[in-house]
Design a protein around this ligand. Structure first.
Ligand code: SF4
Length: 450
């Protein structure tokens, strides 16, 4: 069971000596309970207490790093069963499945797509994680060649899928140093697979349909020296996946079965419709999801859903404050102020681009609040507008001194004029009306600078 800060505090020597890097023993206990400190930092704890604290304060689900380098995907390290309790932190890796029976050209094309395809959305670049290469030929040399073909294109994580230790060894000979995921160790082959995972330092998927057997297999592989593992609960249908994946998450988070404290694997290609399997995997705790090479619509759906689920529900998605150019604005172009709530920014940006009127967009740091909330909470104030105008040197970009503010910020217009010295134009409340507004107030009347 997880220990509370007070329980941990009772075990500490209470010297308040700061040697652990925290100002008091109580602070250390609180950080330890939150998983943000290491029991080893206090030199006065005996080994038995340290061991107890390690067991009770380590993340309930192990952090597993898939692959290496820039496109490494960290999964696991989750702490809650429900997203609203805190947040889900590490989005699942989504891997396109290719077969070693495909010709080289088709495999390379799939690899190139994973390398190049990017979906920009609310300020983030959404991408697929890598390829899962299946040993459908059953032959080691064919598998090795398929992995080598991917390696020529790939700078992304891979999953090697085979039940043959010989084929797995042939695949790992090509890419073992890049720490691909090995799928899968079973009751029958776990000795050889664990040895391969240990030799190359790769995450090992262990697969069993019974949770007690799965936990036992994970423990055995851990005892054999495998450092990172992923659990494949071998579901026969999606209902079974939900039941098993939820049970694994619950037991791990409640620390009733520490050997189930690993991310979960889902092969979505095994189920129809595959879209339902992908959605289920994203919503129900999968850390690794293998899909077919998805058509663009499904691909966008999967990445959008993953992004939405893995944002912090207590923290709005924010834009970096600054002065943004829409089109090719000049010194006569309008300056519009808005908040840094991403949804507001991108909605407004869409309508501004559609209007084809180039402008400067001043994004103010309202801590991610929308206009209405920011005005009500005092996060969009005349002082903040002035600071933003100064900080981003807006006056240097235009000849005029006229600022368009959002319609919902109308009550602040007088105070903004007073504090900034800029003339204020109150824009529409609805971003959809911004094109018409600028056409009428700026284009038809002429820029105040001209
Ligand atoms: Fe307390 Fe140990 Fe930290 Fe000293 S090092 S302040 S005794 S927790």
């Amino acid at each position: 069971m997880a220990l509370k800060a007070l329980d941990i505090y009772k075990m500490l020597p209470k010297k308040n000596c700061k040697e652990c890097g925290f100002p008091t023993c109580l602070t250390f206990a609180m950080k330890l309970a939150a998983g943000k400190a290491d029991a080893d930092s206090c030199p006065y704890l005996d080994d038995a207490t340290k061991q107890l604290l390690h067991g009770a304060t380590r993340p309930p689900i192990q952090l597993v790093k898939l692959g290496v380098g820039e496109r490494q995907v960290p999964v696991g390290d989750e702490i809650v069963l429900f997203r609203h309790e805190k947040a889900f932190f590490h989005p699942p890796g989504i891997f396109f499945s290719v077969s070693d029976l495909w010709g080289r050209e088709r495999i390379v094309a799939a690899a190139a797509r994973v390398m190049e395809e990017v979906f920009p959305r609310v300020g983030e670049s959404l991408r697929f994680s890598g390829l899962a290469i299946r040993n459908e030929s059953g032959k080691a040399d064919t598998f090795g060649k398929a992995v080598a073909a991917v390696e020529e294109e790939a700078e992304f994580p891979e999953v090697l899928v085979s039940s043959s230790a010989d084929a797995m060894a042939a695949g790992l000979a090509c890419c073992g140093n890049y720490h691909p995921v090995i799928h899968a160790a079973t009751r029958e082959n776990h000795g050889e697979f664990a040895a391969l995972a240990k030799r190359y330092g790769c995450p090992l998927v262990v697969r069993a349909g019974d949770l007690a057997e799965l936990a036992g297999l994970a423990k055995t592989c851990s005892d054999l020296g495998v450092r990172t593992m992923i659990l494949d609960p071998a579901p026969a249908d999606l209902g079974q996946f939900i039941a098993r994946s939820t049970a694994i998450r619950r037991k791990a988070v409640e620390r009733t079965e520490p050997d189930l404290g690993h991310p979960v694997y889902l092969d979505a290609t095994a189920f129809l419709p595959e879209e339902a399997a992908i959605v289920t995997g994203i919503l129900k705790y999968a850390g690794v999801i293998v899909t077919s090479v998805l058509p663009p619509g499904t691909a966008r759906m999967a990445l959008t859903l993953r992004q939405n689920i893995y944002t912090d529900p207590q923290k709005p998605i924010q834009m970096t404050p600054g002065l943004y150019r829409v089109g090719e604005p000049g010194p006569d172009s309008p300056v519009l102020a808005t908040v840094n709530f991403s949804l507001t920014y991108f909605t407004l940006l869409g309508y501004l681009e559609a209007s084809r009127i180039p402008c400067h967009l001043l994004v103010i740091d309202t801590e991610g609040f929308s206009v209405l909330t920011a005005v009500a909470a005092g996060k969009f104030s005349e002082r903040l507008v002035k600071d933003s105008l100064d900080r981003f040197q807006v006056a240097g970009q235009v000849k005029h001194r006229t600022l368009v503010i959002p319609g919902y910020a109308a009550p602040l217009s007088g105070r903004i004029e007073e504090v900034t010295g800029w003339k204020v134009l109150v824009g529409p409340r609805d971003a959809a009306d911004i094109g018409e507004f600028l056409e009428k107030e700026w284009v038809a009347k002429g820029s105040p600078a001209s």
